[in-house]
Design a protein around this ligand. Structure first.
Ligand SMILES: [Zn+2]
Length: 339
């Protein structure tokens, strides 16, 4: 397993030092599995400003919310009987319903709570566990009804508007289609190729390698191992892996709760660091995709300067190069003590 990084030294004449030459170091890293390039910007001491969601939350409460419990049963769609005889899939407070705006053959939303707004510090393990279970149950029912058309699924979370969440009310996005998403396909194909070459699981080797190196290994919650990603997809990129899991059928409630327990610690870290939004995904594969291990991944979302600014730039949109402003090793160091 190779952790390849290139340090680039850029020189300019610094106006703050009377135009004396100054050298600044940035990093280009390659993901050990996919080879995907990721850039680490040289903002070593970047402090993010606290962003208060209160005005947005208050405004959203004045508007109509289809996920609030007083209207949800009336205004949200129901699944056809082959997916759910009751029309909706309920686990605790979590409710899976069809997505009114599908962007994959099978698309659902999981309303995670009866509460319209859940501040970061109130996101809890039970709510996440029930919501993941509702999402997985939907994927299982869909796969049973349409085995070919729902071969590849994922469960996704956009928390708050910076992350693309269009409604404040907490919800997951659950997808299943005949083919995996582009990045999922890369992960699956590279995992299979690694297995065929080495007769070992990349994901088990990754845990072992990161444990030995120690710089990015964070710790364990039950059966789940947590790592700060060497080549981050965005700021605060953390991966949670439970060995031996591959498909929608492999997770027990204890597994989901172990994953939720780790996510909770990462979300608390984001909250402390003023990273007020995040994206997360549970990546899954088909039974035939030997070598792949299902895992969760979470990245922080933020704005650097103006409130309306975006953390997605030309680098991601036009060049497919993700970047981060916090070193993965710093993320691991700050998270380790909370695991
Ligand atoms: Zn609501």
């Amino acid at each position: 397993m190779k952790f390849i990084k290139t340090l680039n030294e850029s020189v300019f004449l610094d106006p703050q030092q009377n135009f004396a030459p100054k050298t600044v170091v940035s990093e280009i890293r390659r993901d050990p599995l996919t080879g995907q390039v990721s850039r680490v910007f040289p903002f070593r001491q970047l402090t993010l400003h606290r962003h208060d969601w209160t005005p947005f939350v208050e405004e959203s409460k004045q508007k109509f919310c289809p996920f609030c419990p007083d209207v949800m049963e009336k205004v949200t769609p129901k699944f056809p009987p082959e997916i759910s005889a009751e029309g909706r899939i309920k686990v605790g407070e979590a409710v899976a319903i069809p997505n009114l705006n599908p962007y994959e053959k099978h698309a659902a939303v999981v309303i995670m709570s009866v509460n319209h707004y859940i501040p970061m510090e109130e996101i809890d393990v039970g709510m996440m566990t029930d919501s993941f279970r509702a999402g997985l149950t939907y994927l299982q029912k869909t796969a049973a009804a349409d085995p070919e058309g729902a071969r590849y699924g994922s469960i996704n979370w956009n928390y708050m508007p910076y992350a693309g969440g269009s409604l404040i009310h907490p919800h997951l996005q659950v997808l299943a289609g005949a083919e995996p998403c582009t990045y999922d396909k890369k992960l699956i194909n590279a995992s299979t190729a690694y297995y065929q070459t080495h007769n070992r699981s990349y994901w088990m080797d990754l845990i072992e390698a990161e444990k030995n190196i120690g710089e990015r290994y964070i710790g364990q919650t039950g059966r789940a191992y947590w790592l700060s990603s060497f080549a981050p997809r965005h700021v605060g990129d953390v991966i949670g892996i439970i060995p031996g899991k591959q498909t929608i059928d492999d997770f027990t409630d204890e597994d989901l709760s172990d994953l939720a327990a780790g996510l909770k610690r990462v979300i608390d870290y984001y909250n402390r660091s003023n990273i007020v939004s995040f994206n997360a995904a549970l990546y899954l594969a088909d039974r035939k995709d030997t070598g792949f291990t299902a895992h969760v991944r979470i990245v922080g979302r933020f704005t650097i300067f103006p409130l309306v600014g975006s953390d997605i730039t030309h680098m991601q949109i036009m060049h497919d190069d993700p970047w981060t402003v916090i070193l993965p090793e710093t993320v691991a160091a700050e998270l380790k003590e909370h695991f």
